[in-house]
Design a protein around this ligand. Structure first.
Ligand SMILES: Cc1cc2nc3c(=O)[nH]c(=O)nc-3n(C[C@H](O)[C@H](O)[C@H](O)COP(=O)(O)OP(=O)(O)OC[C@H]3O[C@@H](n4cnc5c(N)ncnc54)[C@H](O)[C@@H]3O)c2cc1C
Length: 467
Protein backbone atom coordinates (compact mmCIF):
# COMPACT_ATOMS: atom_id res chain seq x y z
CA UNK A 1 0.00 0.00 0.00
CA UNK A 2 1.43 3.40 -0.95
CA UNK A 3 -0.96 6.13 0.08
CA UNK A 4 -0.39 9.68 1.19
CA UNK A 5 -2.85 11.42 3.50
CA UNK A 6 -2.78 14.92 4.96
CA UNK A 7 -4.09 16.11 8.32
CA UNK A 8 -3.34 18.84 10.86
CA UNK A 9 -1.92 16.69 13.66
CA UNK A 10 -0.79 13.05 13.75
CA UNK A 11 -0.54 11.37 17.14
CA UNK A 12 1.51 8.18 17.25
CA UNK A 13 0.17 5.79 19.90
CA UNK A 14 -3.38 5.19 21.16
CA UNK A 15 -2.37 4.62 24.78
CA UNK A 16 -4.03 6.77 27.42
CA UNK A 17 -1.87 9.81 26.63
CA UNK A 18 -2.39 9.69 22.86
CA UNK A 19 -6.14 9.31 23.35
CA UNK A 20 -6.33 12.19 25.82
CA UNK A 21 -4.42 14.40 23.40
CA UNK A 22 -6.69 13.40 20.54
CA UNK A 23 -9.72 14.39 22.62
CA UNK A 24 -8.16 17.72 23.63
CA UNK A 25 -7.26 18.61 20.05
CA UNK A 26 -10.67 17.62 18.70
CA UNK A 27 -12.36 19.65 21.44
CA UNK A 28 -10.69 22.69 19.86
CA UNK A 29 -11.65 21.49 16.37
CA UNK A 30 -8.20 20.38 15.17
CA UNK A 31 -8.11 17.61 12.52
CA UNK A 32 -6.44 14.72 14.33
CA UNK A 33 -5.36 11.23 13.30
CA UNK A 34 -4.05 8.65 15.79
CA UNK A 35 -1.84 5.87 14.42
CA UNK A 36 -1.66 2.78 16.65
CA UNK A 37 0.46 -0.31 16.11
CA UNK A 38 -1.89 -2.76 17.88
CA UNK A 39 -4.98 -4.09 16.10
CA UNK A 40 -6.81 -4.29 19.44
CA UNK A 41 -6.31 -2.47 22.78
CA UNK A 42 -4.30 -4.49 25.32
CA UNK A 43 -6.53 -6.34 27.83
CA UNK A 44 -3.86 -5.90 30.54
CA UNK A 45 -3.69 -2.90 32.81
CA UNK A 46 -0.26 -1.65 33.72
CA UNK A 47 -1.61 1.21 35.83
CA UNK A 48 -4.20 0.70 38.54
CA UNK A 49 -4.22 4.12 40.17
CA UNK A 50 -5.56 7.55 39.24
CA UNK A 51 -4.37 10.33 41.53
CA UNK A 52 -6.10 13.51 42.70
CA UNK A 53 -4.71 16.07 40.22
CA UNK A 54 -5.63 13.83 37.30
CA UNK A 55 -9.16 13.48 38.69
CA UNK A 56 -9.37 17.28 39.03
CA UNK A 57 -8.34 17.70 35.41
CA UNK A 58 -10.74 15.00 34.19
CA UNK A 59 -13.48 16.84 36.08
CA UNK A 60 -12.61 20.05 34.20
CA UNK A 61 -13.72 18.31 31.01
CA UNK A 62 -16.77 16.64 32.55
CA UNK A 63 -15.03 13.27 32.41
CA UNK A 64 -14.66 12.29 36.03
CA UNK A 65 -18.03 10.58 36.61
CA UNK A 66 -17.23 7.23 34.93
CA UNK A 67 -14.03 7.09 36.95
CA UNK A 68 -15.74 7.78 40.27
CA UNK A 69 -18.62 5.43 39.45
CA UNK A 70 -16.36 2.52 38.52
CA UNK A 71 -13.35 3.05 40.76
CA UNK A 72 -12.54 2.30 44.39
CA UNK A 73 -11.27 5.27 46.48
CA UNK A 74 -8.16 4.25 48.43
CA UNK A 75 -7.68 6.58 51.44
CA UNK A 76 -4.03 5.69 52.22
CA UNK A 77 -1.20 4.96 49.80
CA UNK A 78 2.38 3.84 50.11
CA UNK A 79 5.68 5.54 49.46
CA UNK A 80 8.40 3.01 48.63
CA UNK A 81 6.33 0.22 50.26
CA UNK A 82 7.01 1.82 53.70
CA UNK A 83 4.85 0.13 56.31
CA UNK A 84 3.31 3.44 57.43
CA UNK A 85 0.99 4.51 54.60
CA UNK A 86 0.46 8.14 53.60
CA UNK A 87 -2.88 9.59 54.72
CA UNK A 88 -4.57 10.88 51.54
CA UNK A 89 -7.71 12.05 53.33
CA UNK A 90 -5.92 15.30 54.30
CA UNK A 91 -5.19 16.29 50.68
CA UNK A 92 -6.49 19.75 49.66
CA UNK A 93 -8.64 18.52 46.79
CA UNK A 94 -12.22 17.46 46.06
CA UNK A 95 -10.71 13.94 45.57
CA UNK A 96 -8.76 13.15 48.76
CA UNK A 97 -7.86 9.59 47.76
CA UNK A 98 -6.13 7.50 45.10
CA UNK A 99 -8.72 5.95 42.82
CA UNK A 100 -8.18 2.28 41.97
CA UNK A 101 -9.25 2.17 38.31
CA UNK A 102 -7.49 -0.16 35.85
CA UNK A 103 -5.68 1.39 32.90
CA UNK A 104 -7.69 -0.50 30.26
CA UNK A 105 -10.84 1.17 31.61
CA UNK A 106 -9.16 4.60 31.55
CA UNK A 107 -8.26 3.92 27.92
CA UNK A 108 -11.84 2.86 27.15
CA UNK A 109 -13.27 6.12 28.57
CA UNK A 110 -10.72 8.23 26.67
CA UNK A 111 -11.20 6.27 23.44
CA UNK A 112 -14.95 6.80 23.56
CA UNK A 113 -14.45 10.53 24.12
CA UNK A 114 -11.84 10.90 21.37
CA UNK A 115 -14.10 9.09 18.90
CA UNK A 116 -17.19 11.04 19.96
CA UNK A 117 -15.29 14.27 19.32
CA UNK A 118 -14.32 13.08 15.85
CA UNK A 119 -10.74 11.82 16.17
CA UNK A 120 -9.74 9.31 13.49
CA UNK A 121 -8.04 6.30 15.10
CA UNK A 122 -6.19 4.03 12.68
CA UNK A 123 -5.15 0.70 14.21
CA UNK A 124 -2.64 -1.80 12.85
CA UNK A 125 -0.40 1.13 11.78
CA UNK A 126 3.14 0.73 13.06
CA UNK A 127 5.06 3.95 12.56
CA UNK A 128 8.61 3.29 11.40
CA UNK A 129 9.98 6.77 10.84
CA UNK A 130 9.46 10.44 10.11
CA UNK A 131 11.09 13.38 8.38
CA UNK A 132 10.36 17.05 8.90
CA UNK A 133 11.07 20.39 7.27
CA UNK A 134 9.95 23.94 8.00
CA UNK A 135 6.40 23.30 6.79
CA UNK A 136 5.39 19.75 7.68
CA UNK A 137 6.23 16.33 9.07
CA UNK A 138 5.93 13.13 7.03
CA UNK A 139 5.23 10.03 9.06
CA UNK A 140 5.63 6.60 7.46
CA UNK A 141 4.16 3.30 8.55
CA UNK A 142 5.40 -0.25 8.11
CA UNK A 143 2.75 -0.88 5.48
CA UNK A 144 4.04 1.99 3.35
CA UNK A 145 1.49 4.69 4.13
CA UNK A 146 2.66 8.29 4.45
CA UNK A 147 0.84 10.76 6.68
CA UNK A 148 1.63 14.44 6.19
CA UNK A 149 0.85 16.77 9.07
CA UNK A 150 1.77 20.15 10.42
CA UNK A 151 2.66 18.59 13.76
CA UNK A 152 3.34 15.11 15.13
CA UNK A 153 3.07 13.99 18.73
CA UNK A 154 4.97 10.90 19.85
CA UNK A 155 2.75 9.26 22.46
CA UNK A 156 4.20 5.87 21.57
CA UNK A 157 5.50 4.80 24.94
CA UNK A 158 8.94 4.35 26.47
CA UNK A 159 10.49 2.76 23.37
CA UNK A 160 9.19 5.67 21.24
CA UNK A 161 10.04 5.41 17.55
CA UNK A 162 9.07 9.08 17.17
CA UNK A 163 11.58 10.15 19.83
CA UNK A 164 14.33 8.08 18.24
CA UNK A 165 13.70 9.10 14.65
CA UNK A 166 13.42 12.77 15.65
CA UNK A 167 16.89 12.38 17.17
CA UNK A 168 15.83 13.35 20.69
CA UNK A 169 18.20 12.11 23.42
CA UNK A 170 16.79 10.11 26.33
CA UNK A 171 19.34 10.53 29.12
CA UNK A 172 19.08 8.73 32.44
CA UNK A 173 20.00 5.50 34.14
CA UNK A 174 19.61 1.84 33.15
CA UNK A 175 17.60 -0.64 35.19
CA UNK A 176 19.34 -2.23 38.18
CA UNK A 177 16.21 -3.43 39.98
CA UNK A 178 13.45 -5.69 38.63
CA UNK A 179 9.99 -6.28 40.00
CA UNK A 180 7.65 -9.22 39.43
CA UNK A 181 3.96 -8.84 38.60
CA UNK A 182 1.21 -11.46 38.44
CA UNK A 183 -2.52 -10.84 37.98
CA UNK A 184 -4.13 -14.06 39.18
CA UNK A 185 -6.95 -15.65 41.16
CA UNK A 186 -6.26 -16.49 44.80
CA UNK A 187 -8.43 -18.96 46.72
CA UNK A 188 -7.17 -17.73 50.10
CA UNK A 189 -6.54 -14.02 49.48
CA UNK A 190 -4.99 -11.72 52.09
CA UNK A 191 -6.99 -8.93 53.78
CA UNK A 192 -7.38 -5.61 51.88
CA UNK A 193 -4.32 -3.37 51.92
CA UNK A 194 -1.93 -6.30 52.42
CA UNK A 195 1.79 -5.63 52.03
CA UNK A 196 4.97 -7.08 53.47
CA UNK A 197 8.65 -6.19 53.17
CA UNK A 198 11.31 -8.18 55.01
CA UNK A 199 14.79 -9.62 54.48
CA UNK A 200 13.31 -12.05 51.92
CA UNK A 201 11.78 -9.40 49.64
CA UNK A 202 8.68 -7.27 49.11
CA UNK A 203 5.08 -8.06 48.18
CA UNK A 204 1.97 -5.94 47.75
CA UNK A 205 -1.42 -7.42 46.89
CA UNK A 206 -4.22 -5.35 45.32
CA UNK A 207 -7.70 -6.53 44.32
CA UNK A 208 -8.63 -6.28 40.62
CA UNK A 209 -12.10 -6.11 39.10
CA UNK A 210 -13.31 -9.56 38.03
CA UNK A 211 -12.05 -11.36 41.14
CA UNK A 212 -8.33 -11.47 40.42
CA UNK A 213 -5.56 -9.92 42.50
CA UNK A 214 -2.32 -8.21 41.55
CA UNK A 215 0.74 -9.69 43.28
CA UNK A 216 3.72 -7.44 42.75
CA UNK A 217 6.99 -6.63 44.48
CA UNK A 218 10.71 -7.17 44.69
CA UNK A 219 12.41 -10.56 44.91
CA UNK A 220 16.16 -10.29 45.64
CA UNK A 221 16.64 -13.91 44.52
CA UNK A 222 15.53 -13.19 40.96
CA UNK A 223 17.45 -10.07 39.98
CA UNK A 224 19.76 -11.88 37.58
CA UNK A 225 17.11 -13.03 35.11
CA UNK A 226 15.11 -9.96 34.06
CA UNK A 227 14.51 -11.22 30.54
CA UNK A 228 13.33 -14.71 31.50
CA UNK A 229 9.52 -15.00 31.45
CA UNK A 230 7.87 -15.07 34.86
CA UNK A 231 6.04 -18.38 35.41
CA UNK A 232 3.20 -19.19 37.79
CA UNK A 233 5.55 -21.58 39.62
CA UNK A 234 8.10 -18.84 40.20
CA UNK A 235 5.38 -16.39 41.30
CA UNK A 236 3.99 -18.91 43.81
CA UNK A 237 7.46 -19.67 45.12
CA UNK A 238 8.37 -15.98 45.43
CA UNK A 239 5.13 -15.06 47.18
CA UNK A 240 5.42 -18.06 49.55
CA UNK A 241 9.03 -17.30 50.44
CA UNK A 242 8.33 -13.62 51.16
CA UNK A 243 4.99 -13.88 52.94
CA UNK A 244 4.90 -17.46 54.28
CA UNK A 245 1.91 -18.47 52.13
CA UNK A 246 1.07 -18.40 48.42
CA UNK A 247 -2.60 -17.52 49.00
CA UNK A 248 -3.51 -20.42 46.67
CA UNK A 249 -2.67 -18.37 43.59
CA UNK A 250 -3.93 -19.87 40.30
CA UNK A 251 -5.03 -19.02 36.75
CA UNK A 252 -2.87 -15.99 36.02
CA UNK A 253 -4.11 -13.56 33.39
CA UNK A 254 -0.78 -11.74 33.14
CA UNK A 255 2.73 -12.52 34.35
CA UNK A 256 5.52 -10.05 33.71
CA UNK A 257 8.56 -8.26 35.11
CA UNK A 258 9.50 -4.62 34.91
CA UNK A 259 12.62 -2.64 35.73
CA UNK A 260 13.59 0.78 37.00
CA UNK A 261 15.27 2.31 33.94
CA UNK A 262 14.77 6.04 34.52
CA UNK A 263 15.02 8.53 31.69
CA UNK A 264 13.61 11.92 30.71
CA UNK A 265 13.76 13.19 27.10
CA UNK A 266 16.29 15.98 26.64
CA UNK A 267 13.62 18.07 24.94
CA UNK A 268 9.87 17.62 24.57
CA UNK A 269 9.89 19.45 21.25
CA UNK A 270 12.07 19.25 18.18
CA UNK A 271 10.65 21.71 15.66
CA UNK A 272 7.36 20.10 14.55
CA UNK A 273 7.66 16.95 16.69
CA UNK A 274 6.46 16.81 20.30
CA UNK A 275 6.68 14.05 22.90
CA UNK A 276 4.19 13.19 25.66
CA UNK A 277 3.68 10.47 28.26
CA UNK A 278 6.09 7.54 28.51
CA UNK A 279 7.69 8.60 25.21
CA UNK A 280 8.99 11.61 27.15
CA UNK A 281 9.74 9.93 30.49
CA UNK A 282 10.16 6.46 31.97
CA UNK A 283 10.72 5.34 35.55
CA UNK A 284 9.86 2.61 38.06
CA UNK A 285 6.08 2.60 38.59
CA UNK A 286 6.47 3.14 42.33
CA UNK A 287 3.60 5.12 43.81
CA UNK A 288 1.56 4.67 40.62
CA UNK A 289 2.26 7.99 38.96
CA UNK A 290 3.37 7.43 35.32
CA UNK A 291 -0.01 7.48 33.63
CA UNK A 292 -0.98 10.46 35.74
CA UNK A 293 2.14 12.35 34.68
CA UNK A 294 1.35 11.56 31.04
CA UNK A 295 -2.30 12.65 31.21
CA UNK A 296 -1.14 15.90 32.77
CA UNK A 297 1.31 16.35 29.86
CA UNK A 298 -1.67 15.93 27.53
CA UNK A 299 -3.68 18.58 29.38
CA UNK A 300 -0.75 20.99 29.17
CA UNK A 301 0.01 20.38 25.50
CA UNK A 302 -3.43 19.94 23.91
CA UNK A 303 -4.74 23.51 24.12
CA UNK A 304 -1.35 25.01 23.31
CA UNK A 305 -0.94 22.97 20.14
CA UNK A 306 -4.54 23.69 19.13
CA UNK A 307 -3.87 27.42 19.49
CA UNK A 308 -0.72 27.18 17.35
CA UNK A 309 -2.42 25.08 14.65
CA UNK A 310 -5.29 27.56 14.50
CA UNK A 311 -3.03 30.61 14.38
CA UNK A 312 -4.10 31.97 17.77
CA UNK A 313 -0.53 31.69 19.12
CA UNK A 314 2.92 31.44 17.63
CA UNK A 315 4.96 28.26 17.89
CA UNK A 316 6.93 29.66 20.83
CA UNK A 317 3.97 28.72 23.05
CA UNK A 318 4.95 25.08 22.49
CA UNK A 319 8.32 25.66 24.15
CA UNK A 320 6.48 26.47 27.36
CA UNK A 321 5.19 22.86 27.22
CA UNK A 322 8.76 21.59 27.63
CA UNK A 323 9.66 24.31 30.12
CA UNK A 324 6.66 23.55 32.32
CA UNK A 325 6.44 19.76 32.11
CA UNK A 326 10.08 18.63 31.95
CA UNK A 327 10.89 19.66 35.56
CA UNK A 328 7.93 17.64 36.87
CA UNK A 329 9.11 14.53 35.03
CA UNK A 330 12.52 15.07 36.65
CA UNK A 331 10.72 15.33 39.97
CA UNK A 332 8.97 11.99 39.39
CA UNK A 333 12.25 10.42 38.23
CA UNK A 334 13.82 11.50 41.49
CA UNK A 335 11.12 10.23 43.85
CA UNK A 336 10.63 6.94 41.99
CA UNK A 337 14.39 6.27 42.17
CA UNK A 338 14.23 7.05 45.89
CA UNK A 339 11.27 4.69 46.25
CA UNK A 340 13.16 1.97 44.37
CA UNK A 341 15.98 2.28 46.90
CA UNK A 342 13.44 1.80 49.70
CA UNK A 343 11.72 -1.15 48.00
CA UNK A 344 15.00 -3.01 47.55
CA UNK A 345 16.18 -2.17 51.08
CA UNK A 346 15.86 -5.75 52.37
CA UNK A 347 19.23 -5.87 54.19
CA UNK A 348 19.39 -5.23 57.97
CA UNK A 349 20.65 -1.69 57.31
CA UNK A 350 17.95 -1.10 54.72
CA UNK A 351 15.21 -2.41 56.99
CA UNK A 352 16.43 -0.13 59.80
CA UNK A 353 16.33 2.88 57.45
CA UNK A 354 12.81 1.95 56.40
CA UNK A 355 11.70 1.73 60.03
CA UNK A 356 13.13 5.17 60.83
CA UNK A 357 11.31 6.69 57.84
CA UNK A 358 8.06 4.91 58.67
CA UNK A 359 8.23 6.27 62.22
CA UNK A 360 8.85 9.78 60.87
CA UNK A 361 5.77 9.51 58.66
CA UNK A 362 3.74 8.43 61.71
CA UNK A 363 5.14 11.20 63.92
CA UNK A 364 5.16 14.04 61.39
CA UNK A 365 1.77 14.40 59.67
CA UNK A 366 3.13 17.24 57.55
CA UNK A 367 5.81 14.95 56.13
CA UNK A 368 3.11 12.45 55.21
CA UNK A 369 1.09 15.25 53.59
CA UNK A 370 4.08 16.55 51.63
CA UNK A 371 4.84 13.12 50.17
CA UNK A 372 1.16 12.49 49.47
CA UNK A 373 0.83 15.81 47.60
CA UNK A 374 3.90 14.92 45.55
CA UNK A 375 2.46 11.55 44.49
CA UNK A 376 -0.96 13.06 43.84
CA UNK A 377 0.48 15.78 41.57
CA UNK A 378 -1.00 18.52 43.76
CA UNK A 379 2.28 20.38 44.17
CA UNK A 380 2.63 20.94 40.42
CA UNK A 381 2.69 24.64 39.59
CA UNK A 382 4.01 26.73 36.75
CA UNK A 383 4.86 29.90 38.65
CA UNK A 384 7.38 32.54 37.64
CA UNK A 385 8.88 35.00 40.07
CA UNK A 386 8.52 37.96 37.67
CA UNK A 387 4.74 37.62 37.53
CA UNK A 388 1.74 38.00 39.83
CA UNK A 389 2.02 35.63 42.83
CA UNK A 390 -0.96 33.58 41.60
CA UNK A 391 0.36 32.93 38.09
CA UNK A 392 0.99 29.22 37.58
CA UNK A 393 -1.01 28.22 40.65
CA UNK A 394 -3.27 25.20 40.47
CA UNK A 395 -7.03 25.83 40.41
CA UNK A 396 -9.41 23.13 41.67
CA UNK A 397 -13.12 22.55 41.38
CA UNK A 398 -13.64 24.65 38.27
CA UNK A 399 -17.27 23.61 37.80
CA UNK A 400 -18.33 24.07 34.19
CA UNK A 401 -15.82 26.89 33.54
CA UNK A 402 -13.31 24.84 31.53
CA UNK A 403 -15.63 22.23 30.01
CA UNK A 404 -15.09 23.51 26.49
CA UNK A 405 -11.30 23.53 26.80
CA UNK A 406 -11.03 27.30 26.59
CA UNK A 407 -9.49 29.75 29.04
CA UNK A 408 -11.86 31.28 31.59
CA UNK A 409 -12.05 34.85 32.86
CA UNK A 410 -12.72 35.17 36.57
CA UNK A 411 -13.56 38.35 38.48
CA UNK A 412 -16.12 40.35 40.35
CA UNK A 413 -18.69 42.58 38.66
CA UNK A 414 -17.98 46.30 38.93
CA UNK A 415 -14.34 46.09 37.81
CA UNK A 416 -13.65 47.93 34.56
CA UNK A 417 -12.19 44.81 32.99
CA UNK A 418 -15.16 42.67 33.83
CA UNK A 419 -17.55 45.27 32.41
CA UNK A 420 -15.38 45.41 29.28
CA UNK A 421 -15.66 41.61 28.97
CA UNK A 422 -19.43 41.72 29.39
CA UNK A 423 -19.66 44.32 26.62
CA UNK A 424 -17.54 42.09 24.36
CA UNK A 425 -19.83 39.12 25.12
CA UNK A 426 -17.09 37.24 27.00
CA UNK A 427 -18.51 35.19 29.88
CA UNK A 428 -17.08 35.72 33.34
CA UNK A 429 -16.90 32.50 35.35
CA UNK A 430 -18.17 32.23 38.91
CA UNK A 431 -14.88 31.11 40.48
CA UNK A 432 -13.08 32.80 43.32
CA UNK A 433 -9.38 33.61 43.30
CA UNK A 434 -7.37 35.85 45.57
CA UNK A 435 -7.10 38.70 43.02
CA UNK A 436 -9.32 41.34 41.39
CA UNK A 437 -9.45 39.31 38.20
CA UNK A 438 -7.68 36.34 36.70
CA UNK A 439 -7.53 34.18 33.60
CA UNK A 440 -7.55 30.42 34.17
CA UNK A 441 -5.79 28.32 31.52
CA UNK A 442 -7.68 25.43 29.94
CA UNK A 443 -5.61 22.98 32.02
CA UNK A 444 -6.60 24.59 35.31
CA UNK A 445 -3.68 26.85 36.24
CA UNK A 446 -3.77 30.62 36.69
CA UNK A 447 -2.43 32.25 33.54
CA UNK A 448 -2.74 35.90 34.41
CA UNK A 449 -3.98 37.79 37.45
CA UNK A 450 -4.23 41.38 38.64
CA UNK A 451 -4.95 43.17 41.89
CA UNK A 452 -5.83 46.36 40.02
CA UNK A 453 -9.59 46.53 39.44
CA UNK A 454 -9.10 49.04 36.60
CA UNK A 455 -6.62 46.99 34.56
CA UNK A 456 -7.44 46.38 30.90
CA UNK A 457 -8.74 43.04 29.68
CA UNK A 458 -5.67 41.04 28.63
CA UNK A 459 -5.41 40.17 24.97
CA UNK A 460 -5.20 36.45 25.72
CA UNK A 461 -8.83 36.38 26.80
CA UNK A 462 -9.85 37.16 23.25
CA UNK A 463 -7.52 34.59 21.73
CA UNK A 464 -7.94 31.69 24.17
CA UNK A 465 -11.23 32.33 25.96
CA UNK A 466 -14.57 33.69 24.86
CA UNK A 467 -17.03 31.66 22.90
C1 LIG B 1 3.57 -2.61 36.15
C2 LIG B 1 3.20 -1.20 35.92
C3 LIG B 1 2.32 -0.59 36.79
C4 LIG B 1 1.99 0.75 36.60
N1 LIG B 1 1.12 1.34 37.48
C5 LIG B 1 0.80 2.64 37.33
C6 LIG B 1 -0.17 3.27 38.19
O1 LIG B 1 -0.74 2.67 39.09
N2 LIG B 1 -0.46 4.58 37.96
C7 LIG B 1 0.14 5.27 36.95
O2 LIG B 1 -0.14 6.47 36.83
N3 LIG B 1 1.00 4.70 36.10
C8 LIG B 1 1.35 3.40 36.26
N4 LIG B 1 2.19 2.81 35.37
C9 LIG B 1 2.70 3.59 34.23
C10 LIG B 1 1.68 3.66 33.09
O3 LIG B 1 1.23 2.39 32.74
C11 LIG B 1 2.29 4.37 31.89
O4 LIG B 1 2.86 5.58 32.34
C12 LIG B 1 1.25 4.65 30.80
O5 LIG B 1 0.85 3.48 30.14
C13 LIG B 1 1.81 5.62 29.76
O6 LIG B 1 0.86 5.86 28.76
P1 LIG B 1 1.30 6.31 27.30
O7 LIG B 1 0.03 6.52 26.55
O8 LIG B 1 2.30 7.39 27.40
O9 LIG B 1 2.13 5.07 26.73
P2 LIG B 1 1.67 3.53 26.46
O10 LIG B 1 0.63 3.12 27.45
O11 LIG B 1 2.94 2.79 26.43
O12 LIG B 1 1.00 3.61 25.03
C14 LIG B 1 1.79 3.75 23.87
C15 LIG B 1 1.00 3.25 22.68
O13 LIG B 1 1.76 3.49 21.52
C16 LIG B 1 1.71 2.35 20.69
N5 LIG B 1 2.92 2.33 19.87
C17 LIG B 1 4.19 2.12 20.28
N6 LIG B 1 5.04 2.22 19.24
C18 LIG B 1 4.29 2.50 18.15
C19 LIG B 1 4.61 2.73 16.79
N7 LIG B 1 5.87 2.68 16.33
N8 LIG B 1 3.60 2.99 15.93
C20 LIG B 1 2.31 3.07 16.36
N9 LIG B 1 1.97 2.85 17.66
C21 LIG B 1 2.95 2.58 18.54
C22 LIG B 1 1.63 1.17 21.66
O14 LIG B 1 1.09 0.01 21.05
C23 LIG B 1 0.73 1.75 22.74
O15 LIG B 1 -0.63 1.52 22.47
C24 LIG B 1 2.55 1.47 35.53
C25 LIG B 1 3.43 0.85 34.64
C26 LIG B 1 3.76 -0.48 34.83
C27 LIG B 1 4.72 -1.15 33.88
Amino acid sequence: MNTETETQVVIVGAGPVGLMLAAELRLAGVETVVLERLEMPSPHSKALGVHARTLEQLAMRGLVDPFLAGGIPVPAWHFGFLSQRLDLTRLDTPYPFMLAFPQHRTEAVLLERALALGARIRRGRSVTGLTQDDDEVRVVTESGETWRAGWVIGADGAGSTVRQTAGIEFPGTDADTYAYLGDAHADSPPPPGYGVLNERGALIVAPLPGGRFRFTGFDPEHQDSPRRDLTIDELQETVRRISGTDFDIRDPAWLTRFGNATRVAATYRRRRVLLAGDAAHMHFPAGGVGLNLGLQDAMNLGWKLAAVVQGRADAGLLDTYHDERHPWAEDVAEHTLAQTALIRATTPTGLALRQVLSDLITDLPDLSLKLARRLAGLDVHYGRTDQHRLVGARVTATGDALLDGRAALVGSPGHAMIEQAATAGIPVQPLTVDASAAVIRPDGYVWWATDDPDDDLPDLVGRFGGH
